[in-house]
Design a protein around this ligand. Structure first.
Ligand code: ADP
Ligand code: MG
Length: 345
């Protein structure tokens, strides 16, 4: 009998979903999307998402302030609502506080959470508090809603759909690596600030998610928390399709380019594997592409066309800068890969 932490995270969730996630009402999907979906009434679906953040696994208090930790915890939940095209409404927060955390730290944590919460119209409505013997634990639960006709799921992809991603990829991962192995004196201060900011204060793409949802353009959508290659592989597996990504089209910031050059790695490799981007990965029908491009031009969206959905038998492929087609390496953050805690998610 394998120990729970020997099972890969997706395999563990699948096992739980199959054994205990029996659907009571077949009109809404069960476990497996960015949020749990329940029908409030004929006009509204309720979205609920929850995230558990553990000190030294998901955050490190040596380089993230309590404000940063609260801020990012809120964004990671808002991002799941964004991925379904929803509107966030309320949240609950549970905390387990170790002796090393002061009331000042708790104030900062809440101020950090409230910043993106208030900005998106999300209200604190409750939670729970405990002490902890060792490290800080946070669990956020966010409630939102979406119209049934607008909800975007992880399923719905078809061969020929065009794949897009918002923002830029890999910055957060580079920001984390910079914190873990300083100093990086050959990277300009402005670039360092950008990468660390993208790691500590990501953005939930609520507006983009809602715009796509309202216009019923996205055939499927997921937010990128574990890295493009891993999340795309997961999305393709769910939809029984493959995909080709042109790595020269991946949106990469100047700061990531400078960082990649400094560490002697291809920037696109960092963009493929980097976690915690909290950007939206989605697909649209080919006829919708000109519309998205117009939105981009008018500043209504910031999304880049990176590839195409293919038949399953083609698997996940990438077109490299030399034009050759290769299998895409799938490298993403995996909680149970080793027993050693890593400060990342
Ligand atoms: P995300 O990265 O978008 O937060 P996760 O990979 O954490 O998504 O979760 C994927 C799906 O599995 C979600 O539907 C989530 O609700 C469900 N899930 C995750 N962990 C558990 C668990 N321990 N028990 C039941 N469902 C779970
Ligand atoms: Mg998600």
């Amino acid at each position: 009998m394998p120990r729970a932490n020997q099972l890969a995270e997706f395999a563990l969730i699948k096992r739980i979903a199959m054994r205990f996630g029996e659907l009571q009402n077949q009109t809404v999907p069960g476990i497996g999307d960015d949020c749990a979906v329940t029908r409030l009434n004929s006009k509204t679906l309720q979205l609920v998402t929850t995230d558990l953040l553990v000190e030294d696994i998901h955050f490190n208090r040596h380089f993230a302030s309590c404000y940063d930790i609260g801020y990012k915890a809120m964004v990671s939940n808002l991002s799941d609502i964004a991925a379904m095209g929803g509107i966030p409404r309320q949240f609950l927060i549970s905390i387990a506080i170790p002796p090393s955390v002061t009331t000042h730290d708790i104030d900062a944590l809440y101020e950090g959470m409230m910043q993106p919460a208030t900005q998106s119209g999300t209200a604190l409505i409750g939670g729970d508090t405990s002490s902890s013997l060792t490290t800080l634990f946070l669990s956020l639960t966010l409630i939102g809603d979406v119209k049934p006709a607008h909800v975007v799921r992880r399923t719905g992809l078809q061969v020929g759909d065009e794949i897009f991603v918002t923002g830029t990829l890999g910055d957060s991962h580079a920001g984390l690596c910079m914190f873990q192995t300083p100093p990086h004196t050959r990277i300009s201060r402005a670039h360092q600030t950008w990468l660390s900011h993208r790691h500590l204060r990501p953005t939930a793409r609520l507006e983009a998610g809602q715009r796509l949802a309202k216009n019923q353009l996205a055939t499927a959508m997921i937010d990128l928390s574990d890295g493009l290659s891993g999340d795309l592989a997961h999305l393709c597996e769910l939809n029984a399709v493959g995909a080709t990504i042109n790595v020269t089209h991946l949106p990469i910031s100047d700061a990531l380019r400078a960082y990649a050059q400094h560490v002697g790695e291809q920037a696109y490799n960092i963009a493929l594997k980097g976690g915690e981007d909290y950007e939206l990965l989605f697909a649209v029908k080919p006829e919708a592409v000109p519309r998205l491009k117009r939105w981009n031009t008018r500043g209504l969206l910031d999304a880049t066309h990176i590839g195409t959905i293919q038949p399953k038998r083609q698997g996940l492929q990438m077109i490299t800068p030399t034009g050759s087609i290769r299998p895409m390496p799938i490298r993403s953050y995996e909680h149970f890969q080793s027993s050693k805690a890593r400060p990342k998610k």
